[in-house]
Every structure is written in C-alpha cells, then in structure tokens.
Design a binder for this molecule. Structure first.
Ligand code: 5GP
Ligand code: ZN
Length: 124
C-alpha cells in the first residue's frame, strides 16, 4: 500500500461489500481476502475473489503484492470445486481479471471472476 492507495475507498462498491454495508452471498473470507457470488452470473458458478485492500486494478500491482496475489491464485481452484465447478480436466473453470476501460473493467477494485459449471453459459 502507498499513500495514493488507501486501504479502503468509501465510494467503492466492493469496499462497501467487504464492510457488509452492501449485502453479498459469501463464498470465502479471511483477513486479507473476500469471495462472493456475482450479482449477474454468466455461468452456473460465478463468484468474485477480491483483496480486502483497495487496489483499483491489476495495473496498480507491484512486487509488494506478490504474496497476496499468490494467495488469491492458490485459492481459486479450491473455491471453484467448493462452489460446484466440476474437476479438471473435463470440468475446470475460467479465471478473468478485466483491467481498465479497454479491458472491460466496470468496478475499480481488483477482482478475479471465477466461472464454471456445465455449458452453455449466458456469456463467456
Ligand atoms: P467487471 O466488469 O468490473 O470485471 O465486473 C464487475 C462485476 O461485479 C460484474 O460481473 C457485476 O455483475 C458485479 N457486481 C457489480 N455490483 C455488484 C454488487 O453490488 N454485488 C455483487 N454481488 N456483484 C456485483
Ligand atoms: Zn474498494
């Protein structure tokens, strides 16, 4: 975290979800991370994994975030199976991290989309 990156942004919808000011359906929570079901799922399984630290996007990541991102990555397959994704290789999941306007990012708080389950999906 730097002076230009506050731990929480009072105007950020995902910071409000972490603070339980906006309700969400929890998938996982620990001191650093929170996961919850996407409100508009594209797939039978579709949840978002976010750091509790307000990082706007992947564009702000630096070496200080390596351990945090490693924890997020390592958690994805565990939570995917927990939430009903079928096992690899016939099942699996899609991991998406939209970054910036041209990357299709709408919420400016770093998040991984984890999507899976039987096809067809609504999108993606
Ligand atoms: P982005 O386009 O930024 O990658 O994705 C943002 C995602 O957040 C979208 O899939 C959208 O459905 C989801 N989302 C936006 N607002 C809320 C909310 O208030 N609650 C939940 N659970 N998901 C949200
Ligand atoms: Zn935030």
């Amino acid at each position: 975290m730097t002076a230009s990156t506050p731990a929480h942004d009072p105007n950020c919808i995902f910071c409000k979800i972490i603070a339980k000011q906006i309700p969400s359906r929890t998938v996982y929570e620990d001191d650093e991370l929170y996961a919850f079901h996407d409100i508009h799922p594209w797939a039978p399984v579709h949840f978002l994994l976010i750091p509790k630290l307000h990082i706007p996007s992947m564009a702000q990541l630096d070496a200080s975030h390596t351990a945090l991102l490693g924890r997020m990555m390592a958690l994805v397959p565990k939570l995917a199976l927990q939430e009903g994704c079928n096992p690899y290789p016939d099942g699996g999941f899609r991991l998406v991290c939209n970054t910036g306007a041209e990357g299709g990012q709408e919420v400016q708080h770093l998040h991984f989309h984890v999507m899976g389950g039987p096809r067809p999906w609504l999108r993606g």
